[in-house]
Design a protein around this ligand. Structure first.
Ligand code: ADP
Ligand code: ZN
Length: 816
């Protein structure tokens, strides 16, 4: 009788799956796409079967699969093929690709257990020389008390492979019960303590007076304010707020402590928002163009901000669903776009599964199962939703396709847009990539005919795009009293006007914190992170210096550690400082801030956006978060405090990023009948990214940027790979980088047909992160296939020692 073996991909950095024996009794449950539990490196792990066959492993000890917890595969053929593609294209271990595709709960390493019916082992033992005889005797001791469940690992230790087979056989005969690892799904009800502010000091002066002698309480008060007036004790503790200061606020009646059950998922309760009644003529044309796509076909929906792309997606997908197929909608960082989700719920109701980052592992697994079992047909989510197990997939929409959050930062370093195109090709589905500022990749693909270009050239109801005024910060008159904040009279007057008319304003500054760095005025010393080669950012509420790369935190210095000078200068303005300035400048305005630090809990962004929608916030200050897809018709003024933040970064995408950010944030203005205007402050008013954004000239920018990337060539002109070497020993990293590049040169010299070139090595722009020194090199190849080969060579064979890590980042979105 022939034996069966299975290749199992494990979430480990292994070049290939490991081969295990499948016992006869498990054979029916073990096939491609199934979860199995196997022994590896002295423990048990969950892996996915990628293939089965009758060939034993070429070398080494043959081990046996311990359990197969599910009745069938967790991945179908298409998704398995997609995993193979991911591993291949991104030169990543198959086990990592598979893990990225499945909910985390499926990898929870619960211990597989077994319970054996009374007397079953005794009967086996009595059968004497029968198959299970000796093993039964060994196991009998283990199962002395019959109701006791025993770990399969213990069974294996006591009775070996024969023991395992025996229990599987008993299980098949109904005489043993395998307690398998179905993931825990229900989220436990939890109570949480919150502090909320009762008293608000509207004026800085009152605040100063009240807390003159209690700086700790002031810190606590300001922290609570910054967190939206309410935060869990856990969040407050994490931000370093003292419990006694909170208690003191409560004793004064200025805050109160409340206990509540864990906040419910607001996406579950999101009121659906009904779609507009009828598409415009442009929208109708766009819908028809999408409906004409062949299976496997893809389109770029290039529609200006406010052109009504969402309605086009909705109408198109309604047809897809009516034809009995399912759909995936990708949006960037979903916690931030409740409006979009509400619109989809307005059309598809309970047919939508929202896969957002706030879900617990169990909730995520439930949503995954609902899709897989065909109880829901539409998945909406961020990057990883591209792997949602939607049945009979008919279409994938990638909204804001230019967004960099679609790229995954760890292996497999995939880009959801690329994965969407590949998955659609495998499933015969269509793809719609939507944006007002298409990525250069998609734009080029459209010009080459690989994507069908579908345009919405105008805003709905013929609303004009808002005029953009560029203010040259080098020459403009500053508003008196604005201090370090770049705040021109022009921007000031615009915001003031909006407030007087009862309208809303958005103020963008793509820099978190209060001050970007701290410098000693006497000796010039700048505070840097002990783990990374970046300056520490000064944060208010509570006061601390923080690293934005490794989250290192320290107290602001009382004196300069080098020269002892007692005062420090806080330089470079961040969102917190803008917020504080605005609060002083417009004391009657209700101001909210939205950035990574304003997350007072899972749903604080929701709350802030709700307030903007309800009109209880007058000015919203924030980072790029406020530029993403928001649709508030009462926003009539958008101000960009400093357009140059990312313009001079040493990254070939710096101009593209800046252009997209400016165009997107400008697109938040004038979305209603009130109209709007945009004021962009910059020190580089002649930069093409600024000039073209001010003219809403997306096409012009894309075309000129394409020219820029021809020489020296950068994507999409060539295929690019960023190789990053890192380690704690600076010299070893530099040496390894030199070694790998030399090896690459030799490789390329031997294979001139690849037509590839290597640049570097050089230290990364950020030379050190989390105590690791970093060097990198670039590989440019004329086509995708050549780069795939090189990426795989690199991942498999590059000469690096164990002390240095090599990361192969294909199609990188950032070179920092
Ligand atoms: P985009 O994503 O292209 O920036 P949205 O899809 O958010 O634009 O639509 C912009 C605004 O126009 C929304 O408030 C939407 O409700 C409205 N809108 C879209 N289509 C229509 C239509 N056909 N008739 C009336 N209003 C519409
Ligand atoms: Zn750091």
């Amino acid at each position: 009788m022939s034996e069966t073996f299975a290749d199992v991909a494990l979430p480990l950095a292994l070049a290939r799956p490991l081969r295990y024996r499948v016992s006869e009794d498990l054979a029916a449950r073990v096939g491609p796409g199934c979860r199995v539990v196997v022994p590896v490196q002295g423990r048990e792990m969950i892996g996915i079967v990628t293939a089965t066959g009758d060939a034993p492993p070429a070398a080494g000890r043959v081990r046996e699969i311990i359990a197969a917890p599910d009745p069938g595969p967790v991945l179908d053929r298409e998704l398995l093929a997609l995993a193979r593609h991911l591993a291949w294209y991104y030169a990543a271990p198959a086990g990592f690709a598979l893990r990225a595709m499945l909910p985390a709960a499926l990898y929870s390493v619960g211990r597989p257990m077994v319970r054996v019916a009374d007397g079953a082992l005794a009967r086996e033992g009595a059968a004497g020389s029968g198959r299970g005889g000796p093993a039964a005797a060994a196991l009998a001791r283990l199962f002395r008390s019959p109701q006791r469940a025993v770990a399969l690992a213990a069974v294996r230790r006591a009775g070996g492979t024969a023991g395992l087979r025996l229990v599987h056989r008993l299980a098949a005969a109904g005489e043993a019960e395998l307690i398998t690892l179905s993931p825990r799904t229900a989220a436990p009800e939890r109570r949480e303590r919150f502090f909320e502010l009762v008293t608000r000091y509207e004026h800085l002066l009152d605040l100063e007076r009240r807390f003159a002698r209690s700086p700790k309480q002031r810190e606590a008060y300001e922290a609570l304010t910054a967190l939206g007036g309410r935060a869990s004790t856990r969040t407050l503790a994490q931000s370093g707020v003292s419990a006694s200061a909170l208690a003191a606020l409560a004793a004064h009646g200025e805050a109160r402590s409340v206990s509540e059950t864990r906040l419910r998922d607001p996406f579950a309760e999101l009121p659906p928002s009904p779609p507009p009644a009828r598409p415009t003529a442009d929208q109708q044309r766009a819908i028809a163009a999408l409906e004409a796509l062949e299976p496997g076909g893809a389109a770029l929906l290039f529609g200006v901000t406010g052109s009504g792309k969402t309605l086009v997606y909705l109408r198109y997908l309604r047809g897809v669903l009516a034809a009995g197929r399912g759909a995936i909608v990708l949006v960037p960082e979903i916690a931030l776009t409740p409006q979009t989700v509400a619109r989809f719920k307005g059309v598809f109701g309970d047919d939508v599964a929202v896969l957002h980052s706030g879900l617990s592992d169990g909730e995520r697994y439930d949503a995954w199962r609902a899709l897989r079992e065909g109880r829901r047909h539409v998945a909406i989510g961020a990057r990883s939703a591209v792997f949602a197990p939607v049945r009979a997939l008919g279409a994938i929409v990638v909204d804001e396709e230019h967004d960099t959050s679609y790229k995954q930062g760890e292996a497999p370093r995939y880009h959801a847009r690329e994965v969407a195109l590949r998955r659609a090709a495998l499933s015969g589905a269509t793809v719609v990539l939507g944006s007002a500022t298409p990525s250069l990749e998609s734009w080029t693909a459209a010009s080459r005919g690989a994507l069908r270009l579908v345009e919405l050239p105008e805003r709905v109801e013929a609303r004009p795009l808002p005029p953009v005024e560029v203010v040259d910060l080098r020459a403009a008159s500053q508003r008196p009293g604005s201090g370090a904040v770049a705040w021109s009279e022009r921007l000031d007057a615009a915001v003031q006007g909006a407030l007087e008319r009862g309208e809303q304003a958005m103020i963008l500054l793509n820099r978190r914190g209060f001050s970007v760095f701290v410098q000693c005025p006497a000796c010039g010393e700048v505070w840097t992170c002990p783990n990374c080669s970046v300056t520490l950012t000064y944060h208010r509420a509570p006061a601390s210096l923080r690293c934005h790369h490794c989250d290192h935190r320290e107290r602001p210095p009382a004196a300069c550690p080098r020269c002892g000078a007692a005062t420090q200068r806080y330089r470079g303005v961040g969102t917190q400082q803008v917020e504080e300035f605005l609060a002083g400048r417009f004391p009657a305005a209700r101001i909210a801030r939205m950035d990574l630090d304003s997350t007072g809990g899972k749903w604080s962004h929701h709350r802030i956006l709700e307030q903007v929608g309800a009109g209880t916030v007058d000015v919203l200050v924030g980072t790029q978060m406020i530029a993403k897809g928001l649709d508030f018709p009462r926003v009539t003024v958008v101000g960009v405090v400093d357009a140059d933040v990312a313009l001079n970064l040493p990254d070939f995408r710096a101009a593209e990023r800046t252009f997209a950010l400016l165009t997107q944030v400008a697109g938040r203005a004038g979305r209603g009948p009130l109209g709007g205007r945009v004021i962009v402050q910059t020190r580089a008013p002649e930069h093409p990214a600024v000039v073209r954004a001010a003219r809403h000239d997306v096409r012009g920018f894309l075309e000129s940027e394409r020219e820029e990337r021809r020489d020296p060539p950068y994507p999409p002109e060539v295929a690019l790979l960023n190789g990053v070497l890192s380690g704690t020993d600076e010299r070893a990293v530099a040496r390894a980088a030199g070694g790998v590049v030399e090896w690459l040169h030799a490789l390329l010299a031997a294979r001139p047909a690849l037509g590839a070139a290597v640049l570097g090595p050089a230290p990364c722009p950020i030379e050190r992160i989390r105590e690791r020194w970093r060097w990198h090199f670039l590989v440019k190849a004329p086509d995708e296939g050549a780069l795939t080969r090189l990426a795989r060579y690199l991942a498999a064979r590059a000469p690096v020692s164990a002390r240095v890590r090599l990361v192969v980042d294909r199609d990188p979105v950032s070179l920092l």
